[in-house]
Design a protein around this ligand. Structure first.
Ligand code: PLP
Length: 428
């Protein structure tokens, strides 16, 4: 019997991996060994792997602390007073932002609240927020509580978008129509850049344009987008954005997050903020004046001095992104996605109809690394079986298995091996 089209793809995987210009980056990460079998780590969308250089980077700051004490703010290889500053240079290309438009700070949900304090200022007629029906819980809790904080009933104020019956993802035309429909009652559109559940990458540019067209603001949560898909926040005219950095950015659990505020909002005195001393102009911050003089950059939204120990790991990770370069990262992401889709389709041919389904859009421009798979009739036990076989993926109720092969440390062969395990499991 000749090998199946799916089996033949294994050779293609090996060829792709041999030609991969980023192949050497794989050896610069630590691989957990969670089961007997070799680990296939596909949860870069949840907690990225540890760059080996993170340890050294952290040790450097511990050395500075032990050697200089308080003087570490001004001494050592990377003085702490300006510790956060180079992060903007590293993050700008990932976001398509100017360095003055962003700052690494805080945690994602808290940052969302601080940004909403500035950009969600509802009136009695314009108070609605449009978001995804399958928003990440923290985001929708934040939006509901913001509505209540301003005296509105979230059931009235927070409007959710749902796919058409029988469809998994949102159509851009339907999002734009809903914005039109809400018109002058709409204060804010708040969408994930990439939806955490389906992996859909939204057309943020068109959506921002429509939001502005009815006089609303556009914000986006980039938790699943940064370090994953190409972004042009400045050119797309996004008003504000927030992200976390422990997912695709491999910066470690609870790592320092970040915010983006569009250039057009910087230095404006008519935008209120909830402020702190690290938002003061850096040149005169230490004069400890009674009145805040806000920085003219996104740093105006910053509150506290940098959590150096936490950011040290992120510094090591962002250096890897800079070294790999955006072009090579996106080329490999696309290659991994195309190869996954090829294998997935071959598998669909081989298995009984309806054995597996994918919620994520197929078009490269509508998705990132993540694929959200459904195995009808299989449930959590099938997921547990995959885990025992070495697959580190995640399970989202009621029946979604998310996998995210990432360009810095995953290979085409791992993608094939995963699909082959799925094939074996579904044939049992
Ligand atoms: C991961 C994630 C969060 C997590 O929020 P934290 O404040 O970092 O705990 C929030 N929103 C989205 C969309 C996420 O993907």
């Amino acid at each position: 019997m000749s090998p199946s089209p799916f089996a033949l793809l294994k050779q293609d995987a090996l060829h792709h991996d041999q030609a991969d210009p980023l192949a050497s980056f794989r050896s610069r990460f630590a691989y957990p060994k969670l089961h007997e079998s070799n680990t296939l780590y596909f949860t870069g969308n949840s907690l990225g792997l540890m760059p080996l250089a993170a340890r050294e980077s952290l040790m450097q700051e511990l050395d500075t602390w032990s050697r200089y004490g308080v003087e570490g703010h001004f001494e050592g290889p990377q003085p702490w007073v300006s510790f956060h500053e180079p992060f903007s240079d590293w993050l700008a290309p990932l976001l398509g932002a100017q360095t003055q438009e962003l700052v690494a700070m805080g945690s994602l949900t808290a940052n969302l609240h601080f940004l909403l304090a500035s950009f969600y200022r509802p009136s009695s007629s314009r108070y609605k927020i449009l978001c995804e029906g399958s928003s990440f819980p923290s985001d929708v809790y934040a939006l509901d509580s913001q509505a209540r904080w301003h005296g509105f009933d979230p059931a009235q104020a927070v409007v959710e978008l749902h796919p058409r019956p029988g469809e998994h993802t949102l159509r851009t035309e339907d999002i734009l129509a809903q914005i039109e429909n809400l018109g002058s009652s709409l204060a804010l559109v708040m969408l994930g850049g990439v939806n955490y559940l389906t992996g859909q990458f939204f057309d943020l540019k068109s959506i921002a344009k429509a939001a502005h067209g009815v006089g609303a603001c556009m914000g986006t949560d980039l938790a699943h987008a940064i370090g994953n898909v190409p972004l042009s926040l400045h050119d797309w005219d996004i008003d504000f954005a927030a992200w976390c950095s422990y997912k695709y950015l491999n910066s470690g659990p609870g790592a320092t997050a970040g915010i983006f505020v569009h250039e057009k909002h910087l230095g404006k005195s008519d935008i209120p903020r909830l402020e702190g001393w690290w938002g003061h102009r850096p040149e005169t911050r230490f004069l400890m004046g009674r009145h805040m003089q806000a920085a003219q950059t996104a740093e105006a939204w910053q509150h506290s001095n940098a959590p150096v120990m936490n950011m040290a790991a992120q510094r090591a990770s962002l250096a890897l992104f800079a070294e790999a370069g955006q072009d090579r990262l996106h080329a490999k992401r696309e290659s991994l996605v195309r190869f996954f889709l090829q294998g997935y389709r071959a598998l669909q041919q081989e298995l009984p109809a309806g054995s597996l389904d994918c919620l994520t859009p197929e078009s490269i421009s509508d998705r990132g690394c993540q694929s959200s798979l459904v195995f009808p009739g299989r449930g959590k036990r099938f997921f547990d079986w995959l885990s025992q076989a070495g697959v580190v993926a995640d399970w989202r109720e009621p029946n979604v298995v998310r996998i995210a092969p990432v360009p810095l440390y995953n290979t085409h062969l791992e993608v094939w091996t995963f699909l082959d395990l799925v094939r074996q499991g579904l044939s049992m």
